[in-house]
Write a protein that binds this ligand. Structure first.
Ligand SMILES: N[C@H](CCC[C@H](N)C(=O)O)C(=O)O
Length: 278
């Protein structure tokens, strides 16, 4: 099976073009195998690019533990790049079907190659029952979460996939690597959750680390940064147009007051391709 290794701000996945390939095994097992950074290819998970009626393609995304997610922001930018660069859809505007619906993307090709993509992530989902969370509030804003012997103030938002945003003074390994996994699996999140930790630099700028549902700490999370943009407005900590500094790079976010949609702009990079014989 041919594959392509790509990353969006350091959030790296193994991509398979199902316009041409077929999977040798079920996607969840393949995701676990290819993601292994010692015995496999190495990555945060597996992304499938496949034909879809009335869209340029459909994207399915599997975390490194094999769980399927509704949406992946860094991956959809790379899917758009792949479709354009490899001539499957040589257009500056693409429509890609995802687990959270049909998303619209704008590409900025230079010399036939796409390296930056702007994604309309759609409207945030703010109803607790649809995030989903058992915490009170539609959505929970600065809600108290007791976790790991700590009392955190969290704001929860869904971008099709669930996010728990905690604003803190300092982004420590203890918070991300010890508290993150406990938030991910906390009983108040019936479908588990991605845990973002945010240090606000100014109303237009933040630093972020993330413990992802199903993958652990990643270098970046596009849906997570989009959720942070919403949480920043809901808590009054940031403006509607912000820049996120993640371990693997920067993302530009805007939560449009006019359309209620969130826009995410960021990089997409193809690293190498190869043959999987696993
Ligand atoms: N771990 C996430 C999916 C990947 C999201 C992230 N890598 C992104 O760029 O949005 C989840 O289970 O909801």
């Amino acid at each position: 099976m041919k594959f392509t290794k790509m990353h969006g701000a350091g959030n790296d996945y193994v991509y398979v073009n199902l316009f041409e390939e077929t999977l040798p095994t079920e996607a969840p097992a393949l995701a676990r195998a290819v993601s292994d950074r010692h015995k496999g290819i190495g990555g945060d998970g597996l992304v499938l690019i496949e034909p879809f009626e009335n869209a340029d393609a459909r994207m399915r995304m599997f975390n490194l533990d094999g769980s399927e997610a509704e949406m992946c922001g860094n991956a959809i930018r790379c899917v758009a790049k792949y479709l354009y660069d490899h001539g499957i859809a040589k257009k500056d505007n693409l429509q890609i079907q995802t687990g959270t619906g049909l998303l619209h993307l704008e590409l900025f090709p230079e010399n036939g190659i796409v390296e930056r993509v702007r994604v309309n992530m759609g409207e945030p989902i703010l109803e607790s029952a649809k995030i989903p969370t058992l915490l009170a509030g539609d959505p929970p804003v600065n809600a108290t979460l007791i976790v790991g012997g700590m009392e955190l103030q969290v704001t929860c938002v869904s971008m099709g996939n669930p996010h728990c945003v905690t604003f803190v003074d300092e982004l420590t390994d203890d918070l991300v690597l010890k508290i993150g996994p406990q938030i991910e699996k906390h009983e108040v999140f019936p479908r588990k959750i991605n845990a973002e930790f945010i240090q606000v630099i100014s109303p237009e700028e933040f630093n972020m680390r993330v413990w992802e549902r199903g993958s652990g700490e990643t270098m970046a999370c596009g849906t997570g940064a989009s959720a942070v943009a919403v949480a920043g407005v809901l808590t009054g900590k940031m403006s509607r147009k912000v820049t996120g500094h993640l371990l693997g790079g920067n993302l530009e976010l805007e939560w449009s007051e006019e359309t209620n949609e969130v826009f995410m702009t960021g990089p997409a990079t193809e690293v190498f391709s190869g043959e999987w014989n696993g």
